[in-house]
Design a binder for this molecule. Structure first.
Ligand code: VGL
Ligand code: ZN
Length: 205
C-alpha cells in the first residue's frame, strides 16, 4: 500500500507567510491532484509554541537564517513561524483536506526543532508516524510539500531509515535554498529514494 505524505503545506511557508518558500503555493494544486491516487493521505504540520528555540527572536542579537545552536545541536535560526493556533500555522486554504486521515504535528517542544514528520532533530522522540503507516499496511511513501530542503528532505531520510520505499514527487515540492536542495537530492538518491512527477503518478496510478 502506498501513502501520500503532505508535508507542512501551511500558510507561513507560502508567499505572504513568515517563512515563505519561493513559489511554495505552486505545490497546492499538485497535492490536490495527487490525492485520489493513494489509499492513504496523511499530513504533517509544523506546530511551534510561541518563543520556540528555533526562532531567531529567542536568541538575543541573532538574525533569521543565521546558524546558531539549540541545546547542543546546530540550528538554523528561523523567523517566527507556524505558531500554534495562528493563521500562519493553518493549512493553505486551497489544500483539499477531506482525504487527509491523520495529521502529525511536530516542533511542539520549545527545546528542540523537528524537521522530519517522523522524529525530532535529535531523533529522541518519535511522532508515531512510522508505526501509524505500518499499522495501515503502508510500504511505500510519496512525499510532497514544503520545504524540499528541510522538512521534506528530513522526512524522506527517516522514511528510508524506517524501511519504507520512498518517492519524492519533485514538482510538488519547493525549496528554501536551491543549493541546499541540490545537496539534499544527491544524498537522497544515494540512499535509494526515487524521484517522480505528479504526471507520472497520475498516469501510472
Ligand atoms: C520547515 C524550517 C523550519 C519546513 C519548518 O517545513 O521545511 N523549515 N520549520
Ligand atoms: Zn519550523
Amino acid at each position: 500500500m502506498k501513502a501520500l505524505l503532505l508535508i507542512d503545506i501551511q500558510n507561513d511557508f507560502v508567499p505572504g507567510g513568515a517563512l515563505a518558500v519561493t513559489n511554495g503555493d505552486a505545490v497546492v494544486p499538485l497535492a490536490n491532484q495527487l490525492q485520489p491516487y493513494f489509499g492513504l493521505v496523511v499530513a504533517t504540520q509544523d506546530w511551534h509554541p510561541a518563543g520556540h528555540g528555533s526562532f531567531a527572536s529567542s536568541h538575543p542579537g541573532r538574525q533569521p537564517f543565521e546558524q546558531g545552536e539549540l541545546h547542543g545541536l546546530p540550528q538554523t535560526l528561523w523567523p517566527d513561524h507556524c505558531v500554534q493556533g495562528t493563521p500562519g500555522a493553518g493549512f493553505v486554504a486551497g489544500l483539499d483536506q477531506h482525504r487527509i486521515e491523520a495529521i502529525f504535528r511536530k516542533g511542539t517542544n520549545s527545546a528542540i526543532d523537528s524537521y522530519s514528520g517522523f522524529f525530532d532533530n535529535g531523533h529522541r522522540k518519535s511522532t508515531g508516524l512510522a508505526d501509524y503507516l505500518r499499522g495501515r499496511g503502508v510500504t511505500a511513501v510519496y512525499l510532497a510539500g514544503l520545504a524540499a530542503d528541510f522538512c521534506v528532505y528530513f522526512s524522506a531520510l527517516d522514511a528510508l531509515q524506517e524501511g519504507f520505499t520512498v518517492f519524492l514527487v519533485e514538482d510538488a515540492t519547493r525549496a528554501i535554498s536551491a543549493e541546499g536542495y541540490k545537496q539534499a537530492r544527491i544524498d537522497l538518491a544515494q540512499r535509494g529514494a526515487q524521484f517522480v512527477t505528479t504526471a507520472g503518478v497520475v498516469v501510472d496510478g
